[in-house]
Design a binder for this molecule. Sequence first.
Ligand SMILES: [Mn+2]
Length: 319
Amino acid sequence: VNSLREISAELRKSGPTLLTTHIMPDGDSIGSLLGLGLSLRAAGCDVTMFSADDVPARYTFLEGSRQIKTQALPAAAYSRVVVLDCSDHLRIRPIWDKVKDKYIINIDHHPTNDLFGTMNYVDSAAGATGEIVYFLLQEMGLNLTPDVAAALYVAIATDTGSFKFENTTPRTHRISAALLEAGVKPQDISPQVFDLRSREAIFILRAALASLEFSQDGKVAWMVLNEEDMQESGAKDEHLEGAVNFAKNIEGVEVGLLFRAKDDGTVKVGLRSHNMDVGSVAQSLGGGGHARAAGCSLEAGTQEAINMVMNALKAQIKG
Ligand SMILES: [Mn+2]
């Protein structure tokens, strides 16, 4: 891997620079994109910021977010392409064919990063790519404007789950302290980024909670949603984000499940746990994911799907 000094030197060279991030961008990708993009632009660099998918509404309050081009990649003879928060080229597949022969600078914190860049800087100890961008700006001697600081704060606060996940380190907090000194007001950012819910999301959550059931020992809690619930709530799948955690976070519960019956005869299952490896459980059912957050899709009726998952959970406990 390369050093931030080498990357800084490359970014100082002339010629247009494309900055981009992964599909379905999250707070870290948008925050890192804006943090680096606005800084380079202020330093006089010719920069295009691009996201193949639209900027999620909850991040459009960030200054400069409307300067991010979306959908179609603006044509230009880019001298280099900086890819942020992206573990492999499939995560930028809409533009990969157009950029694969360019000089690619890959900046990321995913331990699974496959070093697809010409230059690579991957620090899996960083809680967010935003932390790396912070050090890159320092290396380049660029000032933290309040707008840049807000973008990097969003990057770090979202990827660390509001500083709650195990990737939150003393360094994370030291960087955040510097961002607050540069003008970030957490009370202005958190309501927008973390607390705001659409009506659709609340309506579908109400339907999910109304369906809540528990296993006999109380350690598994599950909720069921069907197409009718989705239509009545006006909800799309994106509005289900986080709903399954309401089952997981109930006192005494170890595993929370959300069953979403679709009209095509499949049931999408979300699995969340405190300690149990539900990734293996999902895998045994043809799905996958992480140890404490996983999913699978079953061709079954709802009750059959519930039985299948309960049996797979029992098998995991025995095994
Ligand atoms: Mn990230």
